[in-house]
Write a protein that binds this ligand. Structure first.
Ligand code: NAP
Ligand code: GCO
Length: 267
């Protein structure tokens, strides 16, 4: 079939983006809406969902918000059933919800470790399990897992997060392997360092007004010499959510300004 820009359109599709009240999830959902998708999102509290609905409405997007924690399998299954009845079966799932705990491993409690693994890895498993049956039925579906540079690299204090995101890379490849025959594509997006609330502590100005040492480090390590913004992830997300990527499966698309390719500027 000859290429057509319509391949990038998402009209008539239902996209569920987890944890999309702000940050990366919100901008990805905004882009999917721009491409024609109906947006469904969740957060853990009604207040957060109400704030999200207002945020989308401000952009003219009539989103559908649901309150559930991605780690609560019963709540997830009930919500996906409600979404199916109230909006339509999920065509595109973006597993975006995630947390990070920056604690030296020897000081990290097993409880802290479990919470990160639960939200960042088990949550995407639960979400994918909930939407896959309808995708199999339709012989069509897109799952996009928001991985990380920590799917490839480690760094001090993020052991649980790196383990979770490394696991999420392999879960992505496994869903591809197990369900690709049903015309389901499961890919990952690996953002580099993106300016959101999650990385705000790494960018805090110092008392003397200078850049945070980690901020300076990332600028030196990134060929683009800047932090990413959630907007940088919009195009890659639309691509992986659309028919334009129907033969792309099990791939992690790094959107990192080149940081993974670069040894870093000489100090
Ligand atoms: P963020 O600003 O901290 O937002 C995370 C979102 O996930 C929030 O809306 C949060 O809701 C929600 N969430 C957390 N736990 C949840 C749960 N158990 N159930 C439902 N929702 C939950 O993070 P971000 O920077 O936008 O990152 C989004 C995703 O990109 C994460 O998976 C992160 O690991 C990944 N990522 C981020 C970067 C970066 O540099 N920022 C780079 C690579 C990958 P609440 O408001 O309720 O907490
Ligand atoms: C950190 C950062 C990173 C980013 C992202 C990089 O503390 O190193 O939070 O983990 O969030 O995952 O891709």
């Amino acid at each position: 079939m000859a290429f057509d820009m319509k391949n990038f359109r998402l009209d008539g599709k239902v996209a569920l983006v987890t944890g999309a009240v702000y940050g990366i999830g919100f901008e990805i959902a905004r882009a999917l809406a721009e491409a024609g998708a109906t947006i469904v999102f969740n957060d853990r509290t009604q207040d957060a969902v109400d704030q999200g609905l207002a945020n989308y409405k401000e952009l003219g997007i009539q989103a559908h918000g649901y309150v559930f924690d991605v780690t609560d399998e019963e709540a997830v299954n009930a919500a996906v059933a409600r979404i199916n009845d109230e909006v339509g079966s999920v065509d595109i799932l973006v597993n975006n919800a995630g947390i990070i705990k920056r604690i030296p491993m020897v000081e990290m409690s097993a409880a802290d470790w479990r919470q990160v693994i639960d939200i960042d890895l088990t949550g995407p498993f639960i979400m994918a399990k909930a939407v896959l049956p309808a995708m199999i039925e339709k012989n069509s579906g897109k799952i996009i897992n928001i991985c990380s540079m920590m799917s490839e690299l480690g760094r001090e204090t993020v052991s649980a997060y790196a383990a979770a995101k490394g696991g999420l890379k392999m879960l992505t490849r496994n869903i591809c392997s197990e369900y690709g025959e049903y015309n389901i594509q499961c890919n990952g997006i690996g953002p580099g360092y993106i300016a959101t609330p999650q990385t705000a502590p790494l960018r805090e100005k110092q008392a003397d007004g200078s850049r945070h040492p980690f901020d300076q480090f990332i600028i030196a390590k990134t060929p683009a010499a800047r932090w990413g913004t959630p907007d940088d992830l919009a195009g890659p997300a639309v691509f992986l959510a659309s028919e334009a990527s129907d033969f792309v499966n099990g791939h992690i698309l790094y959107v990192d300004g080149g940081i993974l390719a670069y040894i870093g500027k000489q100090p």
